[in-house]
Ligand binder design. Structure first.
Ligand SMILES: Nc1nc2c(ncn2[C@@H]2O[C@H](COP(=O)(O)OP(=O)(O)OP(=O)(O)O)[C@@H](O)[C@H]2O)c(=O)[nH]1
Ligand SMILES: [Mg+2]
Ligand SMILES: [Zn+2]
Length: 306
């Protein structure tokens, strides 16, 4: 802020869309198209969709402004680039595209690290009910897992009840049906993303920017581009001070039972986590995801410290 400007000249709002260098800030009455103040770039700060901000209006008639400051965030993510998310709707398709559980688990790890909740949305139940049930069974007991079909509307009411009033963001590979589910949840038929009905086996990255939509009950739903649009779906890293084993909620009850305090739950003897896998208490695919996460983190850290 400069000169005679006072805080009362600023308007508060939320960034609801980021596109081509502009931030669209919803102040309740108006959506202002804003640039970010230069200082953000200098400080290495990028405003994110979901940020609560204050803006200076530069042109009231044309509804343009400048983002002046950003309120403290509840959480922030790079992939997808969003802030202030209560619940991630981690979406996989039962088929078409083929489900990738390791990518799903990587994403769940970053949600855990950011203390965001997660709901597993198993979409396209109409295409392959057996596969949908298999996937849901892997996650049930750890995360809520809902069988859905954006095609038939199955599960949509159940999901709506679970997220009512929250800020929720879709996350998942291209083509799994994130935008289609969002359309079902909000009743918005004509989403800006266009040709979602023409897709076939793999996603075509129809959604290319993050945008928040509001359901009639006030729930805020972020649409996001499919994972691979962000290159690798989550690089192999976990935040400083976090232990990989703590980020798999179903491991937590076993962590004190290992023979060695510093057990990595890999090849160590007397490992309670591995025993739980063998006893069918922890799902093998989740344990495999854990092992590949710690291997990747180790490799990344060795590279950095060279
Ligand atoms: N059979 C069936 N098709 C679906 C379902 N949900 C979505 N689709 C179709 O799957 C394709 C992809 O759907 P989108 O909603 O664009 O997927 P997306 O996850 O938003 O994809 P990106 O925006 O590329 O990340 C479209 O052709 C949809 O009509 C479903 O439950 N069943
Ligand atoms: Mg989409
Ligand atoms: Zn162990």
């Amino acid at each position: 802020m400069t000169g005679t400007e006072s805080a009362s000249d600023l308007k508060s709002g939320q960034i609801v869309k980021a596109l081509a260098g502009y931030y669209y800030v919803n102040t309740g009455a108006v959506i202002y198209m804003c640039r970010a103040r230069g200082i953000f770039k200098k400080d290495g700060i990028t405003p994110l969709v979901g940020d609560y901000v204050r803006i200076a209006v530069t042109d009231a008639a044309d509804e343009e402004g400048v983002v002046e400051d950003i309120e403290p965030r509840r959480n922030a993510f790079i992939r997808p680039p969003v802030a202030n998310v209560d619940i991630f709707l981690v979406t996989v398709a039962a088929a078409s595209p083929e489900p990738n559980l390791e990518t799903t688990d990587k994403f769940l790890v970053s949600a855990e690290a950011a203390r965001a909740d997660a709901v597993i949305c198993v979409n396209k139940d109409d295409l392959s009910p057996a596969a949908a049930r298999r996937i849901a069974a892997i996650y049930r007991g750890v995360y809520p897992a809902i069988l859905l079909s954006a095609a038939t509307g199955e599960g949509v009411a159940e999901l709506a009840a679970l997220i009512r009033g929250k800020s929720v963001a879709f996350a998942g590979a291209s083509g799994v049906g994130k935008t289609s589910l969002l359309s079902r949840l909000t009743g918005i038929a004509d989403l800006a993303v266009g040709d979602i009905s023409r897709k076939t086996e793999r996603g075509k990255h129809t959604t290319r920017h993050v945008e928040i939509f509001r359901a009639e009950d006030g729930t805020r739903i972020y649409d996001t581009p499919g994972f691979t649009a962000f290159e690798a779906a989550g690089k192999a890293d976990i935040p400083d001070g976090e232990r990989a084993d703590q980020l798999f909620p179903e491991f937590r009850g076993y962590l004190g039972g290992c023979r060695f305090d510093n057990c990595r739950h890999d090849l160590e003897p007397g490992c309670a986590v591995r025993d739980a896998v063998d006893a069918g208490k922890i799902r093998p695919s989740r344990y495999r995801s854990y092992l590949s996460l710690i291997a990747a983190v180790k490799k990344a850290r060795e590279t950095w410290s060279r």
